[in-house]
Ligand binder design. Structure first.
Ligand SMILES: Cc1ncc(COP(=O)(O)O)c(C=O)c1O
Length: 479
């Protein structure tokens, strides 16, 4: 990715300011209470973060204010905007989750329609509650039990049906690295005069290496990227990029204030600035190296087990970020949940265990030498051939009765799954990870929803949104 002006990308504005405020020789009469580490609790745990505590400053006069930056943070954000070709970049200290909330709040008002795929991240559903926007869901292609992505055809059909929709919320790439045709979709969105909000939480590294799919994210009005996911920022460092001026900047700024802490973490901001510098100066090398190590891992695993490849996705027009390595255990007759437990015994921790697949993520920190360990562990699996994953029913269709916001504010109670049949959900129930909702607030709890939860639980899928007794929250006062 080339930046086209002469900004000095070797600078680290936030670090330059933070260095001036190192606690030695200063009188600390402000937050945080640990005083630059001098007041940390005793013991190993606190000692482990003592170094970070030195950088853990508050908004001192010569530092900057994340919510109204004019100094180091403003400069750092401008440098980031230059690299990602944005008109404006906002650093996020509460993850892409906060960025998603702010995007929807800035784009949609109460009662306005927003189109979205059903597999949107949980924060999108929270954004609906906060904003009062009303969702209309797009079908998401499925294959091998994996949700793929949204096609331009599905977007076209949705806009033909709901031409008044204010925005499309799109996720690309998805968790498994499946990229939608963002450029084509952006054209459709524009032709309806709507806004494109892109959840690119998994895609900050795209566009730097020719070995990986390009990003058309600059065609969105707003897009979020979790730099802690695919780049080397501290958790939950993320950014929100604004492209063009179709969204009011003041409204966006207010939305960001609404959803983010008033005490932003300087270690986090520093890490964002350092990642920006690295990607500006060496982004191609970083992303090429990720692609190279991923290719090495893919090559080794493919000798043992089937992988999700771009060849299978191409007919539907999707591209694959190959740094996401999806092992299709179900095709090999191996249960993914059993397989993941086995891998943990070998010291191998994966990003995601799906019903029928395992997801390994190759980030900048993956050590190529560990490919051998993964192969050894997977070989033990293929020899043992544990039981298969139980087949899951198709994902239930959403039957939206109330807006998520109306449902959130209803009186509500917990009932058993059986008693919930036909009622309206007051909370999201999602398989976790990655958090895909089976039912969201305001939707009817159909037979299909209940069957899915029961069968998926038996198959080993975990759910968020049920209480300790497996009951579900419905709209309606206690009887
Ligand atoms: C598609 C997607 N969007 C947004 C998020 C939220 O990102 P963060 O963890 O940075 O808040 C996630 C988290 O997994 C995600 O998968």
């Amino acid at each position: 990715m080339e930046n086209d002006n002469d900004m000095d990308q070797s600078r680290l504005p936030i670090w330059e300011q933070v260095k001036k405020y190192q606690p030695k020789g200063r009188v600390w009469l402000h937050f945080p209470g640990h005083g630059g580490g001098f007041g940390l609790p005793a013991g190993e745990a606190a000692a482990a973060f003592a170094q970070v505590a030195r950088l853990d400053l508050t908004e001192l006069p010569e530092l900057d204010d994340l919510h109204s930056p004019t100094g180091a943070i403003a400069e750092a954000e401008e440098l980031a905007a230059d690299v990602w070709h944005a008109d404006k970049t906002y650093f996020l200290v509460n993850g892409s989750s906060a960025g998603v909330l702010a995007m929807v709040l800035a784009a949609c008002g109460p009662g306005e329609l927003i189109l979205a795929p059903r597999n949107a991240h949980g924060s999108f559903y929270h954004a609906l509650i906060l904003s009062g926007a009303v969702p209309r869901y797009l079908p998401v292609a499925e294959q091998n039990g994996l949700t793929l992505n949204v096609t331009p055809k599905a977007v076209q059909e949705a806009f033909a049906r709901y031409p008044q929709a204010r925005a499309l919320f799109l996720t690309s790439p998805g968790y498994n690295g499946i990229c939608a045709q963002v450029a084509e979709i952006a054209d459709i969105v524009r032709s309806y005069g709507a806004l494109l909000l892109l959840d690119e939480a998994h895609g900050a590294h795209l566009g730097f290496s020719r070995s990986l799919p390009a990003s058309a994210g600059h065609l969105a009005d707003l897009r979020v990227q979790s730099w802690h996911k695919t780049l080397a920022a501290l958790t939950p460092g993320a950014v929100l990029h604004q492209h063009g001026a179709r969204i009011n900047q003041h409204r966006l700024r207010s939305a960001l204030q609404l959803v983010q802490t008033s005490s932003p973490s300087y270690p986090l901001l520093l890490s964002l600035d350092a990642v920006r510098r690295e990607m500006a100066l060496k982004g191609e090398a970083v992303a090429d190296e990720m692609a190279r190590k991923a290719a090495q891992l893919r090559f080794a695993i493919a000798k043992l087990l089937p992988l999700l490849t771009e060849t299978e996705l191409a007919p539907a027009g999707f591209r694959l970020d190959t740094t996401r390595v999806t092992v299709l255990t179900s095709e090999a007759g191996i249960c993914s949940f059993t397989a993941a437990r086995q891998l943990v015994k070998f010291g191998i921790d994966l990003e995601l265990v799906q019903a029928g697949a395992l997801l390994a993520v190759v980030g900048p920190g993956f050590q190529g030498k560990d490919v051998k360990r993964v192969v050894t562990a997977l070989s033990s699996l293929t020899q043992q051939k544990p039981e298969k994953n139980k087949a899951l029913p198709p994902l239930p269709q959403a039957d939206v009765v109330l807006s998520p916001r109306e449902a959130f504010y209803c009186l509500s109670r917990y009932v058993s799954l059986q008693d919930a049949r036909g009622q309206i959900a007051a909370a999201t129930v999602a398989s976790y990870p990655p958090g895909m909702p089976l039912v969201a607030p305001g939707e009817r709890i159909t037979n299909d929803v209940i069957t899915y939860i029961q069968e998926a639980s038996r198959a080993g899928v975990c759910f968020r949104g049920l209480d300790g007794e497996g009951r579900i929250k419905i709209c309606g006062a206690e009887k």
